[in-house]
Design a protein around this ligand. Sequence first.
Ligand SMILES: CC(C)(COP(=O)(O)OP(=O)(O)OC[C@H]1O[C@@H](n2cnc3c(N)ncnc32)[C@H](O)[C@@H]1OP(=O)(O)O)[C@@H](O)C(=O)NCCC(=O)NCCS
Length: 189
Amino acid sequence: MTPATHRFRPVSFSQTTLTELMIPSYANFGGKIHGGVLLSLMDKVAYVCAAKHSGVYCVTVSVEGVDFRQPVEVGDLVSLRASVNYVGRTSLVVGIRVEAENVKTGVVKHTNTSYFTMVAKHDDGTNAEVPGLTLQTRADVRRFLEAIRRRELKKSYREELDNVKTNLTIEQEIQKLEGERCKVEWMSK
Ligand SMILES: CC(C)(COP(=O)(O)OP(=O)(O)OC[C@H]1O[C@@H](n2cnc3c(N)ncnc32)[C@H](O)[C@@H]1OP(=O)(O)O)[C@@H](O)C(=O)NCCC(=O)NCCS
């Protein structure tokens, strides 16, 4: 059998859509759908897409871009469209577009677009190499490049945060809190 690293699969091979009716038990006390319900569906569709591309079991490593722009209502039909945006050696990024449709009015709301990084696993739990990605459309190329950019930005963001953590004294940290809605009250030992 050809090793995964020598194989390439097109984005279309693993593109997946999951559609689910928002039932009353998914609602919060305000009558809107729990964010956690949507997150769980996103994780599910990301898994299907990643497992299909890689041909093995996958785990979720990181989730980016989960900003719910609009509430989802009970009775809405939620569709989650997932496709592989990027592949590394053992990881891949699945982009998911979530839309909620009011079946009575036909109005479709785009609630969020998020990115799940998944890692492929062998049965013994070690990381598995994933097949390459064949880019067949302009959108495929754009998404691959955007994923590389997000990866770079995440790296520099982490480095920036680490600098903040290591360079400041406690007095400097407290000074930075000025104007924030918090107060420092040390606990007595
Ligand atoms: C995340 C995990 C796979 C990292 O494994 P590791 O043996 O430390 O391997 P590496 O550091 O080589 O990382 C493996 C890949 O994941 C990527 N990765 C690791 N952490 C990442 C992060 N926070 N964000 C994005 N990608 C990440 C690496 O870049 C690497 O990608 P590549 O092979 O395509 O270059 C491992 O810690 C794990 O299995 N975690 C548990 C995941 C899980 O169970 N999730 C379910 C939710 S409970």
